[in-house]
Ligand binder design. Structure first.
Ligand SMILES: Nc1ncnc2c1ncn2[C@@H]1O[C@H](COP(=O)(O)OP(=O)(O)OP(=O)(O)O)[C@@H](O)[C@H]1O
Length: 331
C-alpha cells in the first residue's frame, strides 16, 4: 500500500518559530471561541484559550464530556468555524495566513454519515477529489478504496452499503487529497465492536503509512488502546495532555487484589490501608504506588492473620483518570 501523505518540510510562509513547531502536526496557542448570543441563548465560550500540540506521527485522542469543546476545536481546524482569538497551525501552516494549505493538510471525517446515496463510492471519491482540486492524473481513487476495504464496492450504490462501509467511505473521502493529518470526530459512535475493529484496522494502516491521526471518542477503552497521547478537554479548557501511559500513571492509584487461603467473614483491619471484601471472597486493597509498597500491605495482611493464596495488582485506567479530571475540576 502506498498512501504516503505529502510530508514535505514546513514551507516558506510558515510561522517564524517553525523550529519548535516542525515536529507538530497541529499547534494551538491561546485558542478561544465564543459563539455569539442569539435571541434564544446567551453567548457561549466554547474554548477558553487552549494550548495544544499534537505531534506528527501520533494517534492523538481528544476526550471530553459532551459540550466540552471538541467539535469546536476540530471545526476550527477544518476551517468550518472561525476562531475568536489565538492561533492555530496545521502542518506548519497558520490557518489565518495560509488557510488553503492548512485545509489541504487535513482530512476530516465528520460525526454524521453524510454520504450522497446516489453515487457509487468511486464517483463519490472522484467528486471529492475534484472539490479539492486534485488533478485527474494524481487521483488515487481505487488505491484509497482498497486501503479502506471498499474495492469490491467501488461501483455499488452507496445506499446499498452497510453502516460500517459508509463510515469507511467517509474516511476514504477525507483522504482524497492525501492529507498528512486525518481527523475523526466520534467515528465509532453507535458502531458495534466488530465494525469498530474493522474501521480501526483500516485507520491503523493509514497511520502506518505515515498519517497523523486525531480522534475524538466517547469510548475510553478505545482511546486507551489506540492513542499514544491524549488530551482531555473540559468546559473549554485542556485539563490534561500527556502520553497515554503517563496520564494513567499520573493517577497514582492501584489496587492489590488478594485471594486469601481461607475466605474471611469480613474485611480485615489493615490500617492505614482499607480492604474491601468482594463477593468472590477476594480482598481489594487500593494504594498509592508512590507512597506505599505492596510489601507493606502484605505485612499488614500477615499481622491481621490473613494468609495469601494469590495476588495481583490492577492499574487505574483511563476511565478513572477521565472521571477524576472532569468530575473534580470546575463543575
Ligand atoms: N453553533 C453553535 N452556536 C452556539 N453554541 C454552540 C455552537 N456549537 C457548539 N456550541 C456550544 O459550545 C459548547 C461546545 O460544543 P462542542 O460541540 O464543541 O462540544 P463537544 O465537546 O464536541 O461535545 P459533543 O461530545 O457532545 O460533540 C457547547 O456548550 C455547545 O452547546
Amino acid at each position: 500500500m502506498n498512501l504516503q501523505p505529502d510530508i514535505s518540510p514546513v514551507p516558506a510562509g510558515a510561522p517564524a518559530r517553525a523550529g519548535a513547531r516542525r515536529e507538530c502536526a497541529i499547534v494551538a496557542r491561546g485558542l478561544k471561541k465564543t459563539y455569539a448570543a442569539t435571541k434564544k441563548s446567551p453567548a457561549k465560550e466554547a474554548l477558553k484559550g487552549i494550548d495544544l500540540e499534537i505531534p506528527r506521527g501520533s494517534i492523538f485522542g481528544l476526550l471530553g464530556p459532551n459540550g466540552a469543546g471538541k467539535s469546536t476545536f476540530i471545526n476550527i481546524l477544518a476551517g468550518l468555524v472561525n476562531k475568536t482569538e489565538g492561533s492555530v497551525s496545521v502542518w506548519g501552516f497558520d490557518i489565518d495566513r495560509n488557510p488553503r494549505q492548512a485545509r489541504a493538510s487535513i482530512g476530516v471525517v465528520p460525526q454524521e454519515i453524510n454520504v450522497d446515496v446516489f453515487f457509487t463510492p468511486k464517483e463519490a471519491l472522484e467528486i471529492q477529489a475534484g472539490l479539492f482540486g486534485v488533478p485527474k492524473a494524481e487521483r488515487r481513487t481505487m488505491e484509497i478504496l482498497r486501503t479502506l476495504g471498499l474495492e469490491d464496492k467501488a461501483d455499488a450504490y452507496v445506499r446499498m452499503l452497510s453502516g460500517g462501509m459508509k463510515r469507511r467511505l467517509l474516511v476514504a473521502k477525507a483522504m482524497v487529497h492525501a492529507p498528512p493529518i486525518l481527523v475523526l470526530d466520534e467515528p465509532t459512535a453507535g458502531v458495534d465492536i466488530e465494525l469498530r475493529r474493522q474501521l480501526w484496522d483500516h485507520v491503523l494502516e493509514l497511520h502506518e503509512s505515515g498519517v497523523t491521526i486525531v480522534l475524538t471518542t466517547h469510548y475510553l477503552e478505545e482511546a486507551q488502546e489506540l492513542c499514544d497521547r491524549i488530551a482531555i478537554i473540559h468546559n473549554g479548557d485542556v485539563v490534561a495532555c500527556e502520553p497515554t501511559d503517563k496520564l494513567i500513571a499520573s493517577l497514582d492509584r492501584k489496587t492489590l487484589m488478594v485471594t486469601p487461603l481461607a475466605p474471611p467473614a469480613a474485611a480485615p483491619d489493615l490500617a492505614p490501608f482499607e480492604a474491601e471484601l468482594k463477593p468472590d471472597g477476594r480482598l481489594a486493597i487500593p494504594y498509592r504506588p508512590s507512597k506505599a509498597q505492596v510489601a507493606e500491605i502484605l505485612e499488614r495482611l500477615s499481622a491481621a492473620g490473613v494468609r495469601v493464596r494469590d495476588l495481583s495488582t490492577v492499574e487505574a485506567d483511563l476511565e478513572d483518570v477521565f472521571l477524576e479530571l472532569t468530575y473534580n475540576s470546575g463543575r
